[in-house]
Design a protein around this ligand. Sequence first.
Ligand code: KIV
Length: 282
Amino acid sequence: MEQVKKVTLRQLFRMKRRSEKIVWVVLYDWPTAMLADQAGIDMILVGDSVAMTMLGLPSTLPITMDVMLHHAQAVVRGVKRAFVVGDMPFMSYVTAEDAIKNAGELLRVGCDAVKLEGGESVAPIVKAVVSAGIPVIGHLGLTPQSVSLLGGYHVQGRTADAALKILTDAQALEAAGAFGVLLENIPTEVAKTIAENTSFLTFSIGGGPDTAGQLLLSHDVLGLTLGLKPVFAKSYANIAEQIKSAFQAYEREVRSGQYPSEEYLSHMRDGEYEKLLKRLDN
Ligand code: KIV
């Protein structure tokens, strides 16, 4: 059997140098991870968006390290090739000590790197985690853990001042040793400016095409988003419709007696049922 080679940071930087796009997806479980890996996806994020997509919570804030570790373990079991990033949940990286400990837990269960939100203000934390030997990617623009501060899930960086702040934040992350930054829901021009004025890996989720790679949530890709779907989120299937119609067909067949039909039954050995009936008669 052919040995599958794991994607490494070196390989990701090589892809950037060769202008080969890096494909990144957010997912949370073993079967989806296995299928994405087999499909050739380069990177997987075990995101704290699990709160909203899988657990029906209104924001990412209730997610704890325990939840992240639970999902990270499942994802890692399904992956042979992709580079797996574990999301650091809200309040898990307030101090450098906490950050190193919690990032270490994500690596211990098999993640290859961690992601955390923020720019200049978290640069010392990023530096400490990287110094502990843990690869870190930053997250700027619409940072869901600051949804209260941002006043909702809106496009960020629409003015020159705001764009400059995001650029300064990205440069601070790079100087702190982050291997890249995820740019969420910002204007295309701003993402392009950041890609052109930094040397690390830039990724876009709703920031246009000018970054080294793209990220989408698997729920959006698969058409399984039941809540709000952002404008930038493209769906390549309508799994929600398929799931619903499968449940409807099952419901119909059970009620009508069509399921379980002969092909789904097992039977006693020849003559054993008759023996059983006889014994019950005695
Ligand atoms: O948790 C997540 O899925 C994320 C994306 C929204 C970028 O951080």
